[in-house]
Design a binder for this molecule. Structure first.
Ligand code: NDP
Length: 285
């Protein structure tokens, strides 16, 4: 890719630490190029304690916006002047848009990405058809839980190592959300229509040996982790003949509304960013 940077080039990016291996620059720059935009999407690594100062310095729109990833999502919520309805419901922000009026708008696109990934890879899945279980209670789990409540799930079960964090989500989202400790996961998995892993547990971490056999045969298993594309959890789900949804599809689909917010136009459909990402992570289609 050889693109000219001009005096009019629009800038957006992703802030995280580490951000070196983020796939977001690959996705957004491919879309920018396919759309013929004079724009660039760059990675930023603010200092550990310096995110708020960094974001405050961008007020006014010199940088159009930022995707925000670990460990800055809480800071992103705190620095937002206005929250979209879905970010307020989730209590989590993964997208900041810097308005020309100086205000910072916080949004959350994880839920859209998650439900879009289910629609793409588990056709016919109905989020309202049965209880779903989310493992984890961090920012990604909050976005997922809010999206499923909004989509009409009759019950959202949060399983987390630290139950108190799961309870905070239940307090925020209301009586449809029930909480479970990790060692009660088998109870939580009974009768669900989907299981979603939203933890950042190490890929080979044996402590996260989830009891997938407790799910009904029709349950769909989703893992937000996408390196490797087929995680140990998804491999186990396939062994059990469960349908699966991968984290890469979510990542790409959560990027769509970000691109639209940064550049004010739809994502070009001509570019297969999944293939580019797969090449970058060494996975197969
Ligand atoms: P957070 O740091 O906010 O939350 C991490 C969660 O993982 C917590 O609930 C934590 O439990 C749990 N956890 C961590 N280690 C373990 C362990 N060893 N055993 C059990 N539970 C553990 O992270 P996020 O919510 O922002 O992200 C979670 C994951 O989802 C990350 O891997 C991230 O990369 C991925 N993600 C993927 C996206 C995609 O588009 N595919 C989008 C967003 C996130 P506790 O509360 O007890 O500490």
């Amino acid at each position: 890719m050889s693109r000219k940077i001009t005096g009019a080039t629009l800038v957006a990016g992703v802030a995280g630490s580490p951000v070196r291996h983020s796939l977001s620059p690959i996705i957004h720059n491919a879309w920018i190029e396919a759309a013929g935009l004079d724009a660039v999407y760059a990675p930023f690594t603010p200092p550990a304690e310096g995110f708020r100062r960094f974001a405050e310095g961008l007020r006014g729109g010199a940088v159009r916006g930022l995707n925000v990833t670990v460990p800055f999502k809480e800071d992103a919520l705190a620095v937002s002047d206005d929250l979209s309805e879905r970010a307020a419901a989730a209590g989590a922000v993964n997208l900041l848009v810097f308005g020309e009026d100086g205000r910072i708008r916080g949004d959350n696109t994880d839920g859209v990405g998650l439900l879009g990934a289910f629609a793409a890879q588990a056709p016919g899945f109905d989020p309202a058809a049965g209880p779903v279980v989310i493992v984890g209670a961090g920012g990604a789990a909050r976005g997922a839980a809010a999206a499923f409540v909004e989509a009409g799930a009759p019950e959202v079960r949060i399983v987390n190592r630290t139950v108190a964090k799961a309870e905070l989500i239940a307090e925020a989202l209301g009586p449809k959300v029930r909480t479970y400790a990790l060692d009660a996961a088998a109870d939580a998995f009974a009768g669900v229509s989907a299981v979603i892993n939203a933890t950042s547990a190490g890929l080979l971490d044996a402590s996260l040996d989830l009891p997938l056999e407790a799910t009904p045969p029709a349950a769909v298993v989703m893992d937000m982790t996408y390196k490797p594309l087929v995680t140990p959890l998804l491999a186990r789900a396939k062994e059990l003949d469960r349908r699966t949804v991968d984290g890469l599809e979510m990542l790409i689909r959560q990027a769509v509304p970000s691109f639209e917010a940064f550049f004010g136009r739809p994502v070009p459909t001509s570019m297969d960013v999944r293939a580019l990402c797969l090449a970058a992570i060494g996975g197969q289609a």
